[in-house]
Design a protein. Structure first.
Length: 222
């Protein structure tokens, strides 16, 4: 299936605003190296809309001057550029990797792939939701905190850590938690390598908002 074509900056902006994470191939044309590979990658990453822009005037608005595949995301207002001239080789597998690593959302499920994108972000403070995927509150809490996250764009990345995944036991242990203690909420600040746990109780929007704001105001005690 053909990817949508963006013919001016207005269309590009609308496309970028249409989802939490999008990818645009700023490519000269269908013959360009990377074009067919991007179409193949787009078919494999259902969760991220992909479009093509061949109009050089639009490229300039995003500070691009050569063929580039760019991921735009709202969680930290970030533009991640894959400049094709700098890439050793461009293949669909590599592009799928590029997209999935950088697919940081308002609430991102932590795994070995997303960890790379999360830790590469300029936003170093993480609001962590520890929950067991099988539990009844898992989806509800994910949606509740995902809806709160836009209030903290540029200040926090919201991260969901599934307590049922063995490899996540280290993250839980760092906070002194076991999977039977969940759900719980914590803050990890990568800048200072410090951590705080929200005291037990209801995980409401108000409590988590206040927890985040207390951190920003520097009021959380170690």
């Amino acid at each position: 299936s053909a990817l949508p074509r963006l013919t001016d900056t207005k269309a590009a902006e609308a496309f970028i605003n249409s989802a939490e994470v999008v990818v645009i191939g700023f490519l000269e044309g269908e013959e360009t190296h990377g074009y067919q590979e991007l179409i193949a990658a787009a078919k494999r990453v259902d969760s991220v809309p992909v479009a093509i822009c061949t109009v050089k005037e639009v490229w300039a608005d995003y500070s691009l001057s050569s063929d580039t595949i760019t991921l735009f995301r709202k969680a930290d207002n970030h533009q991640e550029n894959l400049v094709l001239a700098d890439a050793k080789k461009v293949e669909a597998d590599g592009l799928v990797n590029f997209i999935t690593i950088n697919e940081v959302r308002y609430i991102t499920e932590y795994n070995q792939v997303t960890a790379v994108g999360l830790f590469n972000s300029e936003v170093k403070s993480h609001l962590l939701l520890f929950a067991n995927r099988g539990s009844k509150e898992y989806t509800e809490l994910k949606e509740r905190l995902g809806a709160l996250a836009p209030e903290f764009t540029g200040k926090f990345l919201f991260v969901l850590i599934n307590g049922e995944v063995k490899s996540n036991s280290r993250s839980l242990g760092y906070f002194g938690l076991k999977s039977q203690d969940l759900p719980r909420v914590g803050i990890y600040d990568g800048g200072s390598d410090m951590k705080w746990l929200l005291p037990e109780g209801e995980i409401s929007t108000e409590r988590v908002r206040e927890f985040c704001q207390s951190f920003i105001r520097g009021e959380l005690k170690v």
